[in-house]
Design a protein around this ligand. Structure first.
Ligand code: PAF
Length: 279
């Protein structure tokens, strides 16, 4: 497995591989890998013949009061997992090469970034779109895989790729859950044992609503009320938002009539957990 820390070296490698006709599949990550990330790699392997994974904790997507410094990191463990997975190349760019002095160019997917997670994290998606475009320019993949756990992020990257005519397929991959339903996330680490016990309430609340919908309840206001009641009956969770949206353009739905996705963000202790489900 090759490890590149230099942007130029990665670009040269990708250029050579493309000249040989290889299809490059890319999985961008912030490291501290779990089974969710590994499932993205499986998807990339299915669809390409060279898999490149990046590890970069992107400061641009953290506000000053957020967890950039504490964000969990374990490069040695990550590299071991990636080697075992049969990844071809790992890109671990240096911070000062990614963001040299005087850096001032950003990518903004304006409307899609404003709502939902963008409300409580106003610069988050600008940071994500900027780093993803920079990583795309470094890796030059034919396709890139994004987890549906970060559903708004996936839609934003898809829109950016379309709007900027990037020659890259943006592929979604389903959420991977713990046995009790909690969506896998590096931030689950922040949960204390008692908070962890309550964390599956997110998944459970969506499942209950899905069941109500299947029995005929179409009114989003009523469904949302049920979710809020259920989540608030627990000790730790504090709801940031719960919304029912069109899965393509993320517009809010009032009535379930066509494909709809529940998006939610809930604080449990120090951890802000996000999840979503098709309903
Ligand atoms: O989803 C993530 O881990 C990050 O937002 C990403 C896409 C790697 C960009 O930093």
């Amino acid at each position: 497995m090759k490890i590149f820390r230099s942007i130029k070296k990665q670009q040269q490698y990708s250029f050579k591989e493309k000249c040989k006709g290889r299809v490059i599949g890319f999985v961008p990550t912030m490291g501290f890998l779990h089974k969710g990330h590994l499932s993205l790699i499986d998807k990339a392997k299915e669809l390409s013949n060279r898999v490149i994974v990046s590890i970069f904790v992107n400061p641009l997507q953290f506000a000053p009061n957020e967890d950039y410094r504490e964000y969990p990191r374990d490069e040695k463990r990550d590299l071991k997992l990636l080697e075992e997975k049969g990844v071809d190349t790992v890109l671990i760019p240096e911070l000062n090469e990614m963001y040299p002095n005087g850096f001032e160019t950003y990518v903004e997917v304006s409307k899609l970034s404003k709502d939902y997670c963008g409300r409580s994290r106003p610069l988050f998606f600008r940071g994500v779109a900027t780093i993803v475009l920079k990583l795309f320019n470094t890796v030059q993949p034919d396709l890139a895989v994004f987890g549906e756990k970060d559903y708004q992020q996936y839609i934003i990257i898809k829109r950016m790729s379309r709007d900027l005519n990037l020659p890259i397929f943006v592929i979604p991959s389903p959420i991977v859950r713990e046995e009790d339903g909690l969506a896998m996330s590096s931030r689950n680490l922040y949960l204390t044992p008692s908070e962890r016990k309550e964390a599956p309430v997110l998944y459970e609340s969506m499942r209950r609503v899905k069941e109500l919908a299947s029995k005929g309840e179409r009114n989003v206001k009523n469904l949302k009320k049920e979710m809020v009641k259920f989540i608030e009956s627990k000790k730790y969770p504090r709801i940031d938002y719960i919304e029912f949206v069109d899965p393509e353009n993320l517009k809010r739905a009032k009535i379930l009539q066509g494909p709809t996705r529940i998006l939610l963000a809930v604080w449990i202790g120090k951890a802000r957990l996000i999840d979503n489900m098709e309903v």
